[in-house]
Design a protein around this ligand. Structure first.
Ligand SMILES: [Fe+2]
Length: 136
């Protein structure tokens, strides 16, 4: 069973963002599979590195989007993004130093993403909806 399941409650209605979110769920599931398959070391290192790069791209796209639409809570949102990136990067450093990481990491990122989309991303979605509601 996948630990991160995308469903319509995560839908922002913004095509590019939804596609990236779906891809993030896939990456997290791939990370989780590494632990199940017992190839945690090489597989998890690779998956975490990919998660780091892809998350950076996705966060940048989201922050650009929020900046363009004039979302007032951009800075608070950016702090959450930076916190996750720092955690993922610290995990990569830990692995490089020889520490073993466990499947909890995949669960943590899956929970973080679900919470972040529902509680934080939906803030700018709501903002856009209100901003465009009066348009014909
Ligand atoms: Fe976000």
């Amino acid at each position: 069973m996948a630990i991160a399941d995308w469903n319509e409650k995560f839908e922002t209605g913004i095509e590019e963002i939804d596609a990236q979110h779906k891809h993030l769920f896939e990456v997290i599931n791939r990370l989780s599979e590494c632990f199940k398959a017992g190839k945690a070391e090489a597989g998890a290192r690779e998956s975490l590195a990919f998660l780091n790069e892809y998350t950076k791209e996705h966060f940048y796209a989201e922050e650009e989007f929020m900046r363009v639409v004039g979302y007032p809570k951009l800075e608070v949102h950016r702090v959450e993004h930076t916190e996750l990136l720092t955690k993922v990067q610290n995990l990569i450093v830990k692995m490089d130093e020889g520490y073993l990481i466990t499947a909890d990491v995949a669960t943590f990122v899956a929970d973080w993403l679900a919470h972040h989309i529902n509680e934080v991303d939906m803030g700018y979605v709501q903002f856009i909806r209100e901003k465009t509601a009066h348009l014909p």
